[in-house]
Write a protein that binds this ligand. Structure first.
Ligand code: SF4
Length: 54
């Protein structure tokens, strides 16, 4: 299960930018939209604070 740690997330938007199918920014934090999106790993790698896990 793909998760965003909302304590760590700084809302930079990088995950939603690299993987719009998988993430959306809601109220300044990233939220998982579709954990089966094929770009999830790219988002995990690009997150500057390692807030995304699976
Ligand atoms: S890349 Fe990381 S810090 Fe930036 S919005 Fe996504 S989860 Fe949050």
């Amino acid at each position: 299960m793909v998760k965003v740690d909302k304590e760590k997330c700084i809302g930079c938007g990088a995950c939603a930018s690299v993987c719009p199918e998988g993430f959306e920014i809601v109220d300044g934090k990233s939220r998982v939209k579709n954990e089966k999106a094929r770009c999830i790993d790219e988002a995990i790698n690009i997150c500057p604070v390692e807030a995304i896990s699976k």
